[in-house]
Design a protein around this ligand. Sequence first.
Ligand SMILES: [Zn+2]
Ligand SMILES: [Zn+2]
Length: 237
Amino acid sequence: MTSIISNICSKIEQTVFPADCLICSQASQNPYELCQDCEQELPRNRYFCRCCAQPLAAQAHGSLCGACQKRPPTFEQVFAPFLYRRQIQALIRRYKFSDHQPSGRLLETLFMQSLRQQKPPVPAALIAVPLHPQRLKERGFNQAQQLAKALSRQFACPLLQKAVARKGGLPHQADLDKQARLKNLRDAFVLKEHNLPAHIGIVDDVLTTGATANALAKALRRAGVERIQVFVLARTP
Ligand SMILES: [Zn+2]
Ligand SMILES: [Zn+2]
């Protein structure tokens, strides 16, 4: 009951006192915490590889990048509406490392808006990239899981929370060089569920090289999943 009342109060508050922009602190005219000027300035991923969403020159939009031509990833397509730069990077970092919930909610709102505009194919189920157990312990939450929950509501498709686990004991990716990372990733994921739908969406916050998403995609493919899409907030340029 108390939570219902506090919910109503916060709704009234939002209507009477529009929120301030999380980026520039000016009053936001939007129903979310981002002013129209800052929204215009967001680093959007406009021209990109049709498979891995790697940013490309405008005239190359929709073609395959060099890396995907050379070695096609196991996943079919990455949906990445933003670039991991400036304001988006700042919001993601604030959410992830300082557990700043308003930043998390704003990122979700922006992500859902992009989905409604771009309408990527809807998978039969979602799987969030599990965090390394050590990182999960430090941070207390998995930002990919939070995003996947929002996505699962939007798509009205289930989020398979326990379908895959990340092996503990392996070193964290950030502590390794490129070769060691790939080797480390090869057996990073353990499938806990083997009766998976044929079309799955992998969810993460940021896609850098795509190696993590691809390692998970390979594990899913080995389990018989036919189509694998990837949904991330942002792509590193
Ligand atoms: Zn602003
Ligand atoms: Zn590509």
